[in-house]
Design a protein around this ligand. Structure first.
Ligand SMILES: [Zn+2]
Length: 184
């Protein structure tokens, strides 16, 4: 990565707190926000105080490394955002469907973009679960016993992990279908 690209994706916080060793992350954010408000374009703040009319709805991953405003150089008020693990849009997810409806019907956005990224942990997890299930299924058909992956391992019994597994189910299904096609 060359210097100019590095500079372009560097968080403004890196300069703001350069040289400081350990800083409470929330204090760091509050400090930066306070100084940002002092330096911000007064015209932009006044305009945003009246309302918003973004042209773009961004459906992206919740990953902390891909802040859309920073990476795409957009100002506050330019992008309406919905982010979740692995940038999924589940038709049964009321949060996602409400965001989409509000963006189109009330804000009049002109573009809806679904944005993935390299090294997505959600995609990796879904792929890994699909591979695990495929391997368990083939070994169980050989031994005639129930597939191991159909029995929840103890470390997957907690509610948090179940939520993630449930959330990633459509991607896992897609990965399973691809693995099946590849094996035929
Ligand atoms: Zn991701």
């Amino acid at each position: 990565m060359n210097g100019s690209v590095k500079d372009a994706i560097k968080s403004p916080l890196a300069d703001y707190h350069a040289g400081e060793k350990e800083i409470n992350p929330l204090n760091k954010m509050l400090d930066y926000n306070s100084s940002w408000a002092d330096r911000a374009d007064a015209k932009l703040l006044a305009q945003n105080a009246k309302g918003q009319s973004p042209k773009v709805l961004w459906l992206g991953c919740a990953d902390s490394r891909i802040p859309e405003s920073l990476l795409c150089g957009t100002a506050p008020g330019e992008v309406f955002v919905h982010r979740n693990i692995a940038n999924c849009f589940h038709p049964g997810d009321p949060s996602a469907t409400a965001v989409l409806a509000y963006a189109i019907e009330h804000l009049g956005v002109e573009h809806v973009v679904v944005v993935g990224h390299y090294g997505c942990g959600g995609i990796k997890a879904a792929m890994s679960m699909a591979k695990e299930r495929t391997a368990a299924k083939s070994s169980s058909s050989a031994s005639n016993s129930p597939p191991a992956s159909y029995i929840s391992p103890p470390d997957r019994d907690d509610q948090g992990t179940s939520s993630i597994t449930h959330w990633l189910a459509p991607i896992r299904s897609l990965a399973l279908a691809q693995l099946k096609t590849a094996s035929n």
